[in-house]
Design a protein around this ligand. Structure first.
Ligand code: ADP
Ligand code: MG
Length: 568
């Protein structure tokens, strides 16, 4: 059993390794962040599983992470006393990429280094990033609860295969040893390692320790002592005093949570007290993840109960239309053994979700309504990345519909640009004297909407029309009855009544014209008997000779086309 086995990496791992080594080379220090992040996750898992198995702690109850280096051997090692891995887990976790969306991820790689580096960041670089600076990695681990003889050693040079063998390992948890590539000796330096740890991992909630280094007067050099010191603050970021948390710390914590490469667009930390006590730390990313539209995509909220990690992707904590939000909820009320099933029913969870929803909407409002250029720009970024998802909220979250409507942005004939920048409030402020409706046109594409013949009379009269061409628009519109007391009206529907926008003289002219064409209209009605419900003289066109319209109570042409395409 103790014999050494050689196994191959999954094809995707080989591909990822190649890419990573080449595209992340300029950012190689992130390996330490990734390995510390994994060690911290392993401690979280032990805390959670340890609730049911207190004996797993043995005589080693203080969870911690340790970073060592050896100048002579040219190695760096990261150790933890977390959950550890069984042989099977090592093979699965360090030989494959199990994450959902892997296929899609690889299909998006462009071959362009810069773009791919950003994408790898989004995907989460993880354990394999250590191969950027190491040409050989040794992992020794033992799962909590298993006997010492069930230790495992995994080793690989990152080129396609790894070996695995059984070892004796008295202590539980994992030690990862990096054998540095030629030329990476800069990392064999305690000052350098400490500053990387402080930069990326200060928010980690357990101590990250290194051996102390001190000046020795006799030897006239820095010597490494046996004594250990903690490099980070080692308290959960969200439990700290707001005034003590720097922007950089928020950013790094966000990257740890989300696997994102970029800073978040905005964040919010709140402690809610009273009948329900919980802390929420919520982030809005700057960029949509590659799997935003994946129906199986997991939510981005981690649930903790009194600092103990309970579960990832607690989707009940955030409505679907805010699925891009990442963060932590730490509840003081929920039981530690809370399950997904209990979450479904829980009153506490409902309160937390409602509160978190309102927090996110406030964050977005703050950006959207700000006079500050930088914040406005952030809202434009947000809208471009997540606007289509937020639109789902109009139907999904009727309780907050009014707030969501104010956050919507549209393309319109006022700008004639495909960029969605016009709010309903701006539209209303520009409405013509006598105009009582908010007009819109829908189309399969922006250009189809923009060039719709239905717009001619509106353009002529200088009445603004919203140009809608996102897939969700028709669906969303069916939930909006009015905004600011004004109905929304399609320019393509029914007997278009421009109401008091037409003057008396025009009305007279129209009646004259209708009389004049009565014979022609009657003949056309006969000819089109089975094809058209009605034929009318229209005044809405200025250049086109004719257009098709839907009945007031009917589905619009665009929705009909969509339903047909969907096979209905
Ligand atoms: P991720 O952390 O996003 O899952 P990684 O590539 O960083 O991806 O790690 C892959 C997996 O390897 C982890 O999910 C975990 O199961 C396992 N793993 C990595 N490091 C450790 C560790 N120190 N202790 C226990 N398991 C680990
Ligand atoms: Mg990881």
């Amino acid at each position: 059993v103790a014999s050494k086995e050689t196994m191959g990496f999954q094809a995707e791992v080989k591909q990822l390794l190649q890419l990573m080594i080449h595209s992340l080379y300029s950012n190689k220090e992130i390996f330490l962040r990734e390995l510390i992040s994994n060690a911290s996750d392993a401690a979280d898992k032990l805390r959670f599983e340890g609730i049911a198995h207190p004996d797993w702690y043995g005589d080693d109850p203080e969870l911690k992470i340790r970073v060592d280096f050896d100048k002579a051997a040219r190695t760096i090692s990261i150790s933890d006393n977390g959950i550890g891995m069984s042989r099977e887990e090592v093979i699965n976790n360090l030989g494959t990429i199990a994450r959902s969306g892997t296929k899609e991820f690889f299909s998006k790689l462009s071959g362009d280094q810069q773009k791919d580096a950003a994408l790898i960041g989004q995907f989460g670089v993880g354990f394999y990033s250590a191969f950027i600076i190491a040409d050989r990695i040794t992992v020794e681990t033992r799962r909590a609860g298993l006997p010492a003889a069930d230790g495992v050693r995994w080793e690989s040079d990152g080129s396609g295969e790894f070996t695995i063998e059984s070892i004796d390992r008295p202590q539980r948890g994992t030690t990862i040893t990096l054998h540095l590539r030629e030329g990476e000796d800069d990392f064999l330096n305690s000052y350098k390692l400490k500053s990387i740890i402080r930069k990326y991992s200060d928010h980690i909630s357990l101590p990250i320790q290194m051996r102390k280094e001190e000046w020795d007067e006799e030897k006239k050099e820095q010597v490494i002592k046996d004594e250990l010191e903690s490099i980070n603050q080692s308290s959960a970021l969200w439990a700290r005093n707001k005034s003590e948390i720097t922007e950089e710390q928020y950013n790094e914590f966000y990257k740890h949570l989300s696997h994102d490469y970029e800073n978040p667009l905005c964040y919010s930390l709140n402690r809610v007290e009273g009948r329900n006590e919980f802390t929420q730390l919520l982030f809005v990313p700057s960029r949509a993840p590659f799997d935003l539209w994946d129906r199986n995509k997991r939510g981005g909220i981690k649930l903790y109960v009194k600092r103990i990690f309970i579960m990832d992707d607690a989707e009940k904590l955030m409505p679907m239309y805010l699925r891009f939000v990442t963060g932590v909820i730490d509840s003081a009320d929920l039981p530690l053994n809370v399950s997904r099933e209990i979450l479904q029913e829980s009153r506490d969870i409902k309160v937390i979700r409602e509160s978190s929803t309102k927090r996110v909407l406030s964050m977005l409002e703050e950006l959207a309504n700000s006079d500050d250029e930088a914040k406005k720009e952030k809202y434009r970024t947000f809208w471009a990345q997540f606007g289509q998802v937020l639109k789902e909220g109009v139907g999904e979250d009727q309780a907050n519909q009014e707030r969501i409507l104010k956050l919507l942005r549209f393309a319109s004939t006022h700008t004639d640009s495909s960029e969605q920048t016009v709010s309903l409030a701006e539209y209303v402020a520009r409405m013509k004297e006598g105009q009582d409706k908010i007009y819109y046109v829908t189309g399969e594409t922006f250009n189809a909407a923009k060039n719709s013949p239905h717009l001619e009379i509106f353009r002529k009269k200088g009445v603004e029309v919203l140009l809608l061409s996102d897939r969700v628009d028709e669906w969303m519109l069916s939930f909006i009855t009015e905004f600011d007391g004004k109905q929304l009206a399609s320019v393509a529907k029914g007997g278009l009544d421009l109401g008091s926008l037409s003057d008396e003289k025009e009305k007279k002219e129209h009646e004259e014209t209708e009389k004049q064409f009565k014979d022609l209209i009657d003949r056309m009605k006969k000819v089109l008997e089975d094809k058209a419900k009605d034929v009318r003289v229209t005044f809405r066109l200025t250049d086109s000779p004719a257009c098709l319209i839907a009945d007031e109570n009917e589905l619009s042409g665009n929705l009909l086309r969509m339903l047909k395409a969907a096979g209905q």
